[in-house]
Design a protein around this ligand. Structure first.
Ligand SMILES: Cc1cc2nc3c(=O)[nH]c(=O)nc-3n(C[C@H](O)[C@H](O)[C@H](O)COP(=O)(O)O)c2cc1C
Ligand code: SF4
Length: 681
């Protein structure tokens, strides 16, 4: 039966029939190896293809020239060796009738000068790029000539690999570096008038068309309004879109609004949790109306209803749901099968993007299979072995994931949760209203457990005998942890934990010092709540910059709140002790750098964040009774085989612990534990 869902209608782009309107826009997950898209890269895209999307735009900013060193694992499309790898990836997606294109670029000033071959970074004019700290040299005539040739050669490689098309990246890179008055200060043929500023783009287009012919699809992902005073105006942006559309040399426009030269600006282009949904959709629709040209766009269109609206109202021809597919690569399939409610939601955490800089690979905060397709399936297979009775103690993110995976495997799963609600520390994090969407991590799992028939017993504080009474085959300890104080020489009883602030059990006082030596969201969430309460706040960290475990994108809304509320930030400083003086507390501060340095702060409240200590009593009680003595064979966990060694053959069950019940970590770590252990039951 044919569907009348606007999202599922085919789209004709030149000779290409895109089977529906859903695409993944270009994004570099940093899965490349030696600049090549090898197995990990291929499986990542093939999964989306299996999941039903019509078009996957591979790479993020694949680099056309050697002097454009990779900023975050970008593919080397300047290298002939890439052709067979791209061909393999393309074939793997074509098997599922998913078209494949690639974004190519010269990064211009948006990279580091001290990477790869240490060749000079260049741009239209020598304007500093804040995000990568590059001071570019002014591009010269011979640079322009060779880079135009490089673009054409790169396009030919893509065509030779059997790709369905390419797009140029023209926001924050070399090409639009010429367009923008903020970065083009030239007074020669490449500066001044719009004609001159478009000259380089025209040269690239001519060379590429000469190289690949008219039939190959060539598009451009372009900024059509930089949205800052000195930047490219909307009027000029729309004019550029019109000219490109009318040039006969491009086949689609993929619209961007905003600038990416700082982290703060980038979050307007790629909004994170707590920011508006689809903020530039109407703008992209205006470009489509003005150009009457195939228009693609992505920016926080995370849910199917908004995507459907974008197509149904004619704002877009193809809707990008990029992070949405990092969270769930099977969106289209689920829509087609009437299982829209089973889509794992993208909660906007942007752990994925932050990780390409912070951890060297994109990972989804709550889909641990993404980017690990070789080892962890997105669709959990039924067990071939015996069906087991599995007890999961603790319904935080990790416990829920372990329960979901074990239930999908066909085991009989019961959960015991001490409190009256599931969610653990994720629920705590959502007490910061700006991050309330994270509850999707919990709600999706609860809905899945409901579908799978898993019983959750709330208000059940599980002791050893309670668990034994259920005659389990497997016990998963997902009891999490409890907050601990940093090592203080005195005053442990005087400090308030960040958890108490987050939970609302202790209100922020008027004058607060918050000490965070964990470096992640936990301390920052409490700090944001305190700042928003109107309290005077000083944030103290022993690190070289605050919250180093959090990436640049997630840093932005915290920093915005801190600056707006006048929070004082003190780094390189440790909290040594706290004492009471009258009705105030005195926090004594020290330094790792200058032994004798001491500081003091008189405040009403000292809030501390120092991670958690595992809540492991139950684990320790069950461990001696278990077959594996709590042990895990890590070698087999990574390479395959039975992961539970038989240390105590008389033991009646297997027990293991996951997430913060082992040690203080983060949401992804708990969920990764949940699935990788769950798969081995
Ligand atoms: C890990 C990651 C890497 C990205 N790299 C690129 C890139 O190299 N080039 C690009 O044009 N966009 C890049 N993007 C932006 C995406 O294409 C997309 O515009 C953005 O994620 C907003 O769309 P969404 O809300 O549907 O995710 C990246 C996004 C992510 C999450
Ligand atoms: S990390 Fe967050 S933003 Fe990124 S895909 Fe996962 S849920 Fe979406």
């Amino acid at each position: 039966m044919t569907s009348n869902d606007p999202l599922l209608q085919p789209y004709q782009l030149k000779h290409l029939t895109l089977k529906n309107r859903v695409m993944s826009t270009s994004h570099e997950p940093a899965y490349s190896e030696d600049g090549m898209p090898k197995e990990r890269y291929r499986l990542y895209h093939a999964e989306k293809a299996k999941g039903g999307m019509a078009l996957t735009m591979t790479a993020g900013s694949a680099i056309v020239s050697r002097d454009s060193p990779a900023a975050f694992g970008n593919l080397h499309v300047y290298d002939d060796r890439i052709v067979p790898w791209l061909a393999e990836l393309t074939d793997a997606c074509h098997e599922h009738d998913c078209k494949v294109m690639i974004q190519i670029t010269h990064l211009g000033r948006r990279t580091g000068w001290n990477k790869a071959d240490w060749l000079p970074v260049l741009s239209a004019s020598p304007v500093h790029e804040p995000a990568h700290r590059a001071f570019p040299k002014t591009i010269e005539d011979w640079d322009i000539e060779r880079i135009v040739v490089d673009y054409a050669a790169a396009a030919q490689r893509c065509q030779a690999a059997g790709l369905d098309g390419i797009e140029f990246e023209a926001y924050g890179h070399l090409m639009d570096g010429f367009w923008s008055p903020a970065t083009n200060q030239r007074d020669d043929d490449f500066g001044g008038s719009l004609d001159n500023r478009l000259r380089f783009t025209g040269m690239v287009l001519d060379a590429v068309r000469a190289a690949v012919g008219q039939k190959f699809v060539v598009g451009i992902r372009m900024v059509a309004d930089e949205d800052f005073e000195k930047g490219l105006s909307k009027e000029e942006g729309v004019e550029i879109a019109r000219r490109l559309a009318g040039s006969g040399k491009v086949d689609f426009l993929n619209i961007i609004r905003g600038s990416i030269e700082t982290d703060a600006a980038l979050t307007k282009v790629i909004p994170v949790t707590g920011m508006r949904s689809s903020p530039h959709l109407d703008f992209a629709g205006e470009i489509r109306a003005a150009t009457k040209f195939p228009t693609f766009h992505a920016a926080r269109i995370s849910d199917v209803a908004t995507a459907r609206h974008a197509i149904a109202t004619g704002k877009l021809d193809m809707v990008g749901m990029t992070r949405a597919h990092i969270a769930d690569p099977h969106i289209v399939k689920k829509v087609m099968e009437g299982r829209e409610h089973e889509i794992r939601p993208c909660v906007g955490a942007t752990y994925c993007l932050d990780r390409i800089y912070e951890g060297g690979e994109a990972l989804c905060i709550h889909n641990a299979a993404t980017g690990r397709e070789a080892d962890i399936p997105h669709i959990i297979p039924r067990t071939q072995g015996p069906k087991r009775k599995v007890i999961v103690v603790g319904a935080g993110a990790g416990g829920l994931e372990a329960a979901r995976v074990a239930a999908e495997r066909g085991h009989q799963v019961t959960m015991l949760e001490a409190s009256s609600q599931a969610g653990g520390q994720v629920r705590l994090a959502t007490q910061n209203p700006r991050r309330k969407e994270l509850i999707g991590i919990i709600d999706w799992r609860l809905a899945e457990l409901d579908r799978l028939g898993v019983e959750i017993r709330y208000d059940s504080w599980a002791e050893k005998d309670d668990v034994l009474a259920l005659s389990p085959d497997v016990v998963v300890i997902a009891t999490g942890g409890l907050p601990q104080n940093p090592p203080l020489t005195a005053g442990d009883h005087l400090v308030t934990s960040s958890w108490d602030i987050m939970a609302g059990s202790i209100k922020p006082a008027e004058n607060v010092l918050l000490y965070d030596d964990n470096g992640g969201h936990q301390g920052m969430g409490a700090a944001e709540l305190i700042a928003n309460s109107g309290a005077r706040l000083e944030l103290v960290s022993p690190e070289r910059f605050f919250a180093p475990e959090m990436g640049g994108m997630n840093h932005v809304p915290y920093m915005r709140a801190f600056q707006e509320k006048g929070v004082t930030i003190t780094i390189n400083t440790r909290l040594h002790s706290v004492r009471r003086e009258g009705n105030q507390l005195v926090a004594e501060l020290g330094s790792d750098f200058a032994d004798g340095w001491r500081g003091e702060r008189r405040v009403d409240q000292v809030v501390v964040e120092h991670g958690t200590l595992p809540l492991d009593d139950l684990y320790l009680a069950l461990k001696p009774l278990s077959k594996n003595g709590g042990a895990i064979d890590y070698e087999r966990l990574v390479n395959g085989g039975d992961i539970f060694p038989a240390r105590n053959p008389q033991g009646g069950f297997v027990v293991f612990r996951i997430g913060d019940a082992v040690a203080s970590r983060n949401i992804h770590a708990a969920i990764y534990d949940g699935i990788r252990f769950g798969l081995r039951i």
